[in-house]
Design a binder for this molecule. Structure first.
Ligand SMILES: Nc1ncnc2c1ncn2[C@@H]1O[C@H](COP(=O)(O)OP(=O)(O)O)[C@@H](O)[C@H]1O
Ligand SMILES: [Mg+2]
Length: 225
């Protein structure tokens, strides 16, 4: 417990990156974490197998998870581990529906682009439908991933649109930073990166940590609701 699910109807919005960063921050803080890779492309399982030696001990990665096994794998991990994070393919498929049904929080990443608003709204309506099916309000947050540090006019507009629709947004955004893509190329965690690898690794660590803390705050808000 808890189960955090990353979901979007399209690829390339930062699901796998966010999933891996959250897992790394919680593991770095001393928690046991299971990261479930339910994307057939296996980006996180590939990261783990390519850089076996630099995977933190507290971070367990389960790959090869499919529509047939996803619920069982999540339930089993949730019994064993304080944090379970599920990464999905960018598609509203059956695997995504099953994972959402088990979520304590669904995170819907979007870049600060108008096109991503429709994508996020589709995930929200999928979650709302599932909430009806299961007679349980499944908690969710849209989160900005991969955005520039200065808030653009487009982002402000998107934020207002989401507020207008009553769609909750995670308090902290994940900025676009070289450190967040570097971990996929050189392995290890953002806490292993040095100034030789990327510029200002500390800023990236702080940003990822702040996002991870906001996720915990959202989980707490939902359990006390
Ligand atoms: N915050 C970020 N900063 C820099 N690069 C990012 C960030 N988020 C994602 N990327 C890059 O964007 C691409 C898509 O991200 P990914 O996490 O794989 O998206 P998804 O899982 O939604 O398909 C990858 O090349 C990844 O390295
Ligand atoms: Mg992905």
């Amino acid at each position: 417990m808890p189960v955090i699910v990353l979901c979007s109807t399209k690829g390339g919005v930062g699901k796998s990156t966010t999933a891996l960063l959250l897992a790394q921050v919680y593991a770095e803080a001393g928690s046991q974490v299971t990261l479930i890779d339910a994307d057939p492309n296996q980006p996180l399982a590939t990261w783990a197998s390519r850089f076996t030696k630099s995977v933190p001990e507290r971070l367990e990665i389960i790959g090869g998870v499919t529509e047939e096994t996803v619920v069982e794998v999540i339930d089993d991990a949730a019994e064993r581990k304080p944090f379970v994070i599920v990464d999905l393919e960018g598609s509203a498929n059956v695997t995504a529906s099953y994972a959402i049904s088990r979520a304590d929080l669904v995170l819907i990443p979007m870049r600060g682009k108008q096109l991503d608003v429709d994508q996020a709204a589709r995930v929200v309506s999928l979650i709302e439908r599932e909430s009806k099916v299961f007679r349980r309000q499944i908690p969710y947050r849209v989160m900005f991933s991969m955005i520039g540090m200065l808030q653009s006019r487009e982002q402000k507009h998107i934020r207002a649109t989401l507020d207008g629709k009553g769609i909750p947004v995670l308090d902290t955004a994940l900025f676009e930073r070289a450190a967040f893509s570097a971990i996929f190329q050189i392995g290890g965690t953002i806490f292993d990166l040095t100034a030789e690898d990327v510029s200002n690794p500390k800023a990236a660590q702080e940003n990822a940590t702040a996002v991870a803390q906001s996720v915990i705050a959202a989980l707490n808000e939902e359990t006390t609701r």
